[in-house]
Design a protein around this ligand. Structure first.
Ligand code: ZN
Length: 86
């Protein structure tokens, strides 16, 4: 497989940055639920990679996308807070 959805990486990175502001549980189950919820809200962004190399953080989608990602993560956190599965 020589492609990947870098939205997954961007959402994970954004989660690490913004999750302390959520006042939401950050156990593995809640983390996964929030990230999965956010990814379902956002368009996938596939890129070709070379020989399975993981795409680096140098890829930027710009500020509008990062605002979208943060908003999607916040919605996910609210959902998890209301209905935690842990
Ligand atoms: Zn939890």
């Amino acid at each position: 497989m020589n492609y990947q959805n870098i939205m997954e990486i961007l959402v994970e990175e954004a989660y690490d940055k913004v999750s302390p502001t959520f006042e939401c549980c950050t156990c593995e189950q809640c983390h996964n639920d929030i990230v999965a919820f956010a990814l379902n809200q956002l368009p996938p962004k596939y890129v070709a990679t070379q020989k399975g190399e993981v795409y680096s953080k140098t890829y930027s989608l710009g500020l509008q996308h990062s605002a979208d990602i943060t908003a999607a993560l916040m919605k996910g956190a609210n959902m998890v807070k209301a209905n935690p599965r842990h």
